[in-house]
Ligand binder design. Structure first.
Ligand code: OAD
Length: 279
């Protein structure tokens, strides 16, 4: 098998070519640590994952917190979770991994980031929204689950800060952030862009910080062309990299912020990355 060093070199060589085309597919793990320190807990890591710490909320299953039918009956568990997650209440900075993705765009190589994350940290790096697919939506906007009306940010935030369940100004229906819950459709752009972006001429697809448990997102790994190098940067083996491994796959089963630091070094991008992180 190929050594870690050769694998890293292989990725760096692709990134040193200004003509390379790169796609990222990411999940909660890319926001989980920053410079080795914990940032936002992921969902499924034993012990620290959000789904392991929901026992106190007395849910039928941990996933119920993101279930649309459950939410319309009982929105309290979701809004309890928001205390630790909602950008209005807690501010998190992007990690080195987020800025590394931004750097590939500065080098004109980035085609798209497909993100399952709802923390909007991809946007926070200054990346154009056109480059980002928030496959599971985000906390950026809120809508009424009864009349579908978009909420005034101020109105929503006032209730959230007062620790109330936010209600619609028009019909008193429950307000819900524009996150894709279980039982809801992914945004059209997810399907449109996954159809057009995963072409034969893509050089590199990096999957990072995701357990590849949730479909249809997880299915994208098997849609990658055989001409494209697939890379998994994750603490554990996941999804298609486990069930249908390809001979050419590169697996880097370590912390993703640390790995991209090393790759940046190999590309001669270290100073640029430091500058973005420290800006
Ligand atoms: P998971 O919590 O399922 O998986 C996170 C993965 O990242 C795990 O495999 C961890 O081992 C790995 N990981 C954690 N910290 C890491 C680090 N610092 N470096 C590298 N890897 C690390 O999160 P997702 O796959 O994103 O839906 O979960 C998918 C969806 O499930 C989420 O989008 C969420 C949830 O239902 C919604 O929020 C609507």
């Amino acid at each position: 098998s190929v050594s870690r060093e050769d694998s890293m070199e292989k990725i760096a060589n692709i990134l040193k070519d200004p003509k390379s085309k790169v796609l990222f597919f990411v999940g909660a793990g890319i926001s989980a640590t920053s410079d080795g320190e914990p940032l936002i807990p992921d969902f499924r890591s034993p012990g620290t994952g959000l789904f392991y710490n929901l026992a106190k909320l007395d849910l039928p299953t941990p996933e119920s917190v993101f279930d649309i039918d459950f939410f319309s009956e009982n929105p309290q568990p979701f809004y309890s979770l928001c205390k630790d997650l909602h950008p209005t209440l807690v501010k998190f900075p992007p990690t080195r991994f987020h800025y590394f993705m931004k750097l590939t765009n500065d080098h004109n190589q980035l085609i798209r980031i497909f993100s399952q994350n709802i923390d909007t940290l991809e946007r926070a790096t200054g990346l154009d929204s056109d480059k980002i697919i928030e496959a599971h939506g985000s906390f950026a906007e809120e809508f009424c689950i009864e009349c579908d009306e978009k909420a005034q940010k101020e109105h929503f935030e006032k209730q959230l800060l007062a620790d109330e369940i936010p209600k619609c100004e028009h019909c008193e229906g429950i307000l819900k952030p524009g996150i894709v819950f279980y039982g809801e459709q992914l945004p059209d752009r997810f399907h449109e862009c996954s159809d057009t972006d995963l072409t034969d001429d893509v050089d590199l697809c990096i999957f990072a910080g995701t357990s590849l448990n949730v479909y249809p997102f997880a299915g994208l790994a098997s849609d990658v062309s055989d001409n494209t190098l697939r890379v998994l940067i994750n603490r554990e083996r996941a999804g298609d990299f486990m069930y249908n491994p390809r001979k050419s796959d590169i697996l880097l089963l370590e912390d993703c912020d640390k790995i991209v630091d090393e790759i940046a070094e190999l590309c001669g991008w270290k100073d640029e990355l430091d500058k973005l992180v420290d800006q």
